[in-house]
Design a protein around this ligand. Structure first.
Ligand code: TRP
Length: 458
């Protein structure tokens, strides 16, 4: 029987709040500020947003609780947690794959995440230089197109961001990060509110609001369903062990249910506010909501370029998006780094260097997919960036999350789960168990089924 450990060899968050901050730091990132608005735009708005919210509440939150629980039970890297839990209940060895596929998903995600974070860094510099002061929408759009057409510039900033990520991971999650997140997350939120204030007065607010909250289901394709569900996993950092490894560092006395709900709530709030800040600007300037990954990088510079103090606020804003991305990216590689330390006695530094180097190289695929290899579409009309995004967010994360739910719900001993969750309310515990046993896995399967039907049957 795996006894309950009080601590992990990697450290422990200093309090319940530090866990919340770190997990929120992981959850709130490019997914909220960059990805959510552009995929909501591509998928027609309202109905997509509703499906996404339902997925967060009924699939995401219960699975997040399961992931944190599993991590805290094991107090190790997800790979070793799975190896150990499989032994404890004498389950089939295939369950170990769950730890491995998570590490792979983390590598793949960070490889493109870092390239996009590189754009953000680039925009910090541009904003500070006042490049967009007084610029028209057309000029801002053109400058974005020029950026992504330049592989050298993308590689430069991708490299800087990977370096930043691996430096923090090398120092250990406890030191530096905890303190940074405590200041940066509130600051990001305040700046988002300033943007929201600007958007409310931009003249496009009503249109933006309706775009996000009018639930017109005729706009929702079967493909959109999968994208919405995949994004629920992506934005909550679920399905690959990131939240599990953060759970491994969680103090014993913290309530898993309450902290998880807080994290999911904050994450959702940031996404909604980001959408409400961006879409009004999009409509007020006649931009196309479905213009894809460049949406953030075109709409906000227009706003900052034309508001008083825009140079300062714009610089600050992109700086904070950088920090949001930064506190997310470290969680994508922490599982792999923790495993190298546990299993192969690596120092944190060499583990980080190895993992960082591998992810950096993978990132080149994404870099070139925007320029040199723009027309290389190996599968289903997706270029490499789109393929990596689809494969991870829409397939690997939902599958990983589903199997985590099944493992916790059906394979682990009920008493161990109950003990680790230590929920006071009997009813709520049973509700949660029912959700991860049946509702969440079934929901994932149903969405997959719809997608297959949409692609091949309909
Ligand atoms: N949730 C982060 C975001 O929205 C990205 C992220 C960090 C992530 N860790 C993860 C996504 C683990 C999936 C799995 O930007």
């Amino acid at each position: 029987m795996s006894a309950t450990r009080e601590s992990s060899i990697h450290g422990i968050w200093t309090s319940r709040w530090t866990f919340i901050l770190a997990a929120t730091g992981s959850a709130v990132g490019l997914g909220n500020i960059w990805k959510f608005p552009y995929i909501a735009g591509e998928n027609g708005g309202g109905a997509f947003v509703l499906v996404y919210l339902l997925c967060v509440a009924f699939i995401g939150v219960p699975i997040m609780m399961a992931e944190v629980m599993l991590g805290r039970r094991g107090r190790q890297s997800p790979i070793n947690v799975m190896i150990e839990q499989v032994k404890v209940v004498r389950a089939k060895k295939v369950w170990r794959l769950l730890g491995w596929s998570g590490v792979l998903a983390g590598f793949l995600i960070l490889s493109y995440y870092s390239v996009i974070a590189g754009w953000v860094l680039d925009y910090v510099v541009r904003m500070a230089q006042g490049v967009y002061q007084g610029a028209t929408a057309a000029e801002v759009e053109k400058s974005f197109d020029q950026l992504v057409a330049d592989p050298y510039e993308l590689i430069l900033f991708h490299s800087v961001f990977m370096l930043m990520t691996m430096v923090v991971v090398a120092k250990g999650v406890n030191r530096g990060l905890e303190r940074a997140v405590r200041i940066l997350m509130p600051a990001l939120f305040i700046l988002l509110l300033i943007m929201l204030g600007y958007a409310i007065n931009s003249g496009g607010f009503e249109q933006g609001f309706h775009f996000m909250f009018d639930f017109d289901f005729s706009k929702l394709s079967l493909d959109s369903l999968l994208t919405a569900m995949g994004h629920a996993f992506f934005t909550l950092s679920l399905g690959m062990g990131a939240i599990m490894v953060y759970g491994a560092y969680m103090p014993k006395n913290a309530s898993i249910a309450k902290t998880t709900i807080t994290v999911a709530g904050l994450d959702t709030l940031v996404a909604i506010v980001a959408g409400l800040a961006i879409f009004p600007i999009v409509f007020a300037n006649g931009l196309e909501p479905g213009k894809g990954p460049g949406l953030l990088f075109v709409s906000l510079p227009i706003a900052f370029g034309n508001m008083p103090g825009g140079q300062v606020f714009g610089t600050l804003f992109f700086l904070l998006v950088t920090f949001a991305a930064w506190s997310s990216s470290i969680s994508l590689v922490e599982p792999a780094v923790a495993w190298l330390i546990e299993r192969h006695n690596f120092s944190r530094l060499s583990a980080s260097a190895l993992v960082g180097g591998m992810v950096w190289a993978l990132g080149l695929l994404t870099v070139f997919s925007f320029n040199l290899a723009k027309d290389f579409k190996p599968i289903a009309g997706f270029n490499m960036f789109e393929l990596l995004d689809f494969l991870t967010a829409n397939l690997m994360l939902p599958l990983g999350g589903m199997f985590i739910a099944i493992f916790v719900g059906w394979v682990m001993r009920r008493r161990a789960v109950k003990d680790e969750m230590s929920m006071k309310s009997f009813g709520l515990f049973n509700l949660w168990i029912a959700t991860i046993r049946i509702i969440a896995p079934l929901a994932v399967l149903v969405v997959f089924g719809f997608e297959l039907y949409g692609r091949f049957g309909g």
